[in-house]
Each structure stands twice: as C-alpha cells, then as structure tokens.
Design a protein around this ligand. Sequence first.
Ligand SMILES: C[S@@+](CC[C@H](N)C(=O)[O-])C[C@H]1O[C@@H](n2cnc3c(N)ncnc32)[C@H](O)[C@@H]1O
Length: 426
Amino acid sequence: MILIHIHKYKVMDRLIALEILLKYKQEKSYLNLTINSYFQKYELSRSQKDFITRVVYGTVQNQIYLEYVLKPHLKTRVKSYEKMLLLMSLYQHLMMDAIPDYAIINEAVNLAKKKKGIRTSQFINAVLKQAFLTEPSLEELSKEERLSIETSHPLWMVKMLCKQYGYSTTQKICQANNEPPLKCARVNTLLTSQDELLKDELWQKGKLAKDALYYQGGNIAYTKEFQEGLVTIQDESSQLVAPYLSPKPGDYVLDMCAAPGSKTTHLAALMHNQGKIDAYDLYEHKIPLIQQQLTRLQVSIVDVKAYDSTKLIELYPPLTFDKILLDAPCSGLGVLARKPEIKYHESNAMDEIIQIQQKLLENAYPLLKNGGNIVYSTCTINKKENEKQIQAFIKRHPDMKVIKEQTILSFEYHSDGFYMCLLEKE
Ligand SMILES: C[S@@+](CC[C@H](N)C(=O)[O-])C[C@H]1O[C@@H](n2cnc3c(N)ncnc32)[C@H](O)[C@@H]1O
C-alpha cells in the first residue's frame, strides 16, 4: 500500500486518473476493474476516490464531445499521453463547475513537465488556454450527427438506434446513458425480507422489481447486509429476468450463461432453494465468482461448471430440463451508463455475438422438456440481438411460441436497458 502526503493530493489524484485512462486506452481494460486495482494499490480518501472516479468515467463517457471540442486546436497528431491529459483537463473545465480554470491548467502543466519535459508542458498550456476560450459550434451538423457528438455516442450507434426506435426515443436513451446509475440491490429472500431491510432508511423500495432496494449510502459491497448475504448487487431490470421464468421448488433448471451468478442465485431464491440448477459459463476464471455468491447467499442447489454452452447438447440427453435460462452474451448497449467504454467497441463485434446467441438458442431447444419454458434475455436494446433473434428462432422451431416479451429502455426507470422473452415448447 502506497501512502500519499496531503499536499500532494491534487497532483496525485490527477496522475492516478491519467494512468487509469491510459491503461484503459492501451490495454482496452474494463474501467471498473482498472479503477479498483488502483484503489487497492494506493491509500486514498473517499473524496479522492470520488474525484478520480468522476474524472475517469466523465472523460470516457464524453470522449466524442471532448475530441470534437479539442480538434480545432490540434495542428498535428498528438501522442496518447498528451491527448488523454488534454481530454481529461477539458472534461474538468466543461463539466466540473467547482474547479477554477487556472487550477486545471496548472495541474496539467505540472503533470506534463514531470513526465515529458518543458516543451510538452508548454504545448499543453497553450492548447488548453485556447480551447478553454472557445465555444464549439454544432450548427452545421445533421440531427443525428449532433446527437452523436452532444451525447458522445458513435454515429453508427445513433443511426442504428434511430432506425430501430425513432429519433426522439434515441435521444432519451443517449441522454440517460450519461446519467449516474442508481445503486440497486436485490433482497435475498432465502435469508430475510424486504420489509425487514426497509427498517433502515438507507434502503428504499425499488420501482420496478419486487425485491429491489435502492441504497442511499456508499458502496453496497461494504454494507453489513451485503456481507451477511441479506442482499446482493443487481440492477432492477436484471431482477425481472428470473421471475419471468417462474421457477418452482423442485424444478430442474439449466442456466446456460451464469457468471457472475446474479440470476442463478435469484432463480434459487424463487425455488426456495429446492430442486436443482445446473449452471455453466464459458470461462474457468469466472466460476469462483459464481461460487462466492452461492456461499454468501447460502444457496445450495446449484452445480456450477466451466463449459461452452454452444456444445451443451453433447452433455445431456434430449428433453432434460423443466426450464432454461439463456441470459446471453450481447453487445451490452443497455448498460452504457455503467460501462461507457462499451460505446467504443467495433460495430462488427455484434455480428459475431449474434451467431453465438443463435448457437446457444439451438442448444437450449432440444434440452427443454415438452411443455417447458425458456427465458432468453440480454442487456442490450439492439433489436437484431433481441426480437429479431427470437423471430428467427421460432421460425426454425415452429413448436416454440412466444408467451411474452419486454424491452426496458434505460430512461424509463433509470435502470439498465434489458430485453427478455418467455418461450414455451408445445
Ligand atoms: C450477460 S452475462 C451473464 C450474466 C449472468 N447471467 C448474471 O446474471 O450474473 C453472459 C455470460 O455468458 C458467458 N458466455 C459467453 N459465451 C458463452 C458460451 N459459449 N458458453 C457459456 N457461457 C458463455 C460470459 O462469460 C458471461 O459471463
């Protein structure tokens, strides 16, 4: 653990924020994991952690807009270090009211001088002074281009969403994606009740899911309720998925894509911890994450293994399961408020994912008993991975029918965007 002296706070906070941003850029790492690894390395106060988190997330969340503002002030290509330092300084200038401009410029110049020398620091100083004085114009742009830049969503994504949902819904989605997400937990009904937890006013009743609670304090993972297994962290939209399958005590259930186990443990709670759940995830390293949840929440009916669920038909005879949950890997376009870095993934990554989703569905079908149910869900709002994927599936299998389906958009309940569909086999 590295200790930091008080007078170095400001420069140190920005240095850490910059290092996290550079690591994210160079290694394409997940922001939350990278931030956590830095918070474990350094001893930081709550306010330092809040500042670093805000600058890192804010810079990534608004990257397209910040680059647009910066562009007229850069005559040549700049290296990653300089570019990131400029973007994060610009973010503080445009979106963090409390910090005076001279302080932002001073800190940026100091960082540049230490790492790259006097010439770079002079360059940073000149570009920031110019950029802070000018107001960018979006007048000449089309409606879609303007939305893309104002809300920092790639143009291909804005166009795709406009085609699927229309402009005004897309605008609401993009704006909601830039708002801080609510802190939400699910009550573990195996150990306690919502009424019991609501006695503490830091917990408040959710709006959308039956067992949901919002938390008004800091990190839910540090609460006594979390550590005792009375609650688990899960967004409200995601909490609708397991009840969609209506699992009953005694059912034999397959959970095809289970890590980190939020829905597996929810299924078990709805089954009163009676019956059997076979849970799989492709990645060996994710299996302990599921096991930790099972232990903490005192769930004992789940058998977890690492396996490729596009080959599950090789493991079981046909017609094995009463119910199947396929919470499929997806483009993640419903969770951009939590994971803004997903916005910048290549658009063609979706084509590959659509093929995998299809293979997973093809493995679910023969393993389901006649009269049994499948819930297919994703945390994306891309219709090609949702409604269209299911339409193609039931065309291939006319004995499957859609009982109900639902899409939740992020602005409706200030929760994750989600799709879920309940299917039944004749
Ligand atoms: C949306 S996440 C599942 C979230 C989980 N159901 C929950 O509620 O905590 C999708 C998961 O699918 C897994 N996955 C991707 N491809 C897979 C495959 N071929 N077989 C099994 N799991 C896969 C990923 O590792 C990821 O953990």
